[in-house]
Design a protein. Sequence first.
Length: 325
Amino acid sequence: MNQRQIEAFRLVMLRGSMTAAAEELGTSQPSISRLIAELETATGLTLFVRNGGRIHATDAGSAFYREVERSFVGLEKLENSAREIRQLGSGRLRIVAAPVLALSFLPAVIEQFLAAYPRVIVSLEMRSEGTIQRWVSSAYCDVGFATATPDAFGVTSAELYRLPAQCALPARHPLTARDRIEAGDLRGERLILPSYADDTRSPLDRVLRAAGAGQVPAIETPYGATICALVSRGLGIGIVNPLAAIDSNPKRIVFRPFVPQIMFRGFTLCPQLQQPNPVVQIFLDLVRTMMADEIDASGGDGHMSRPASRARKASPLSSIETKTR
């Protein structure tokens, strides 16, 4: 079995006749017939039946074609990747991330990254924690950003941040007068909490019950951005990852440190067997630098809302590029 035979078979399936396949390959119909006969001998399969002047794929031929197509899709993907590298210099950066990172923090990182590497194609997918780990372990993505402790086989992980929870309050709520919100302050309040898919929910439940604020939450959702949107509409008080506060509207929602501390964690994930990729490394260095800047700007209390008056810092890429060259 060789590539020429496979190519002839695929074109016969796609074009519906040996004559059309021969025209596309720039050869004769007898040559195509010979290649198909050789392929049938090599595989031990009857791929086509002849009926008068027409041919039809057998069940075995159709099944074999599906396998051939999978191989060709993979080959075309490799060809596209090679073309991107030739044309763009650095190819594609494939990222998968949890919503709290994909909706605000990572777009700011990508903005600075593309300012320095405008010819790189960036793909950003927002997925669940399980999907993030599966995609990274299978090397479908170059890098992942998760908020649950990684446990997938074939993944190398590192902690990106550890941030104290923030209490999200409607802007006109009486509790906004306080510098911090203690668990006991939430007794009798309508609560909007992370769902149990979030690592913080169980410790948060324990803290609230101990303070007498163990009422059933009014709303549960795994997404910090959704909690903030609901709080902004006055539907309750939320406990959120401080990254969800980035770009929030201070006229509608206010954040205060939550006591006792409940820590939100984030992780970077890379395929364990992935070859070193300087583009991925530069992007990860930029992520860590900008995360450190966000934490510094929060003053240590985890409050990360970004008012319009706060000027964006100069790009840290110059120092990163110096280190990676």
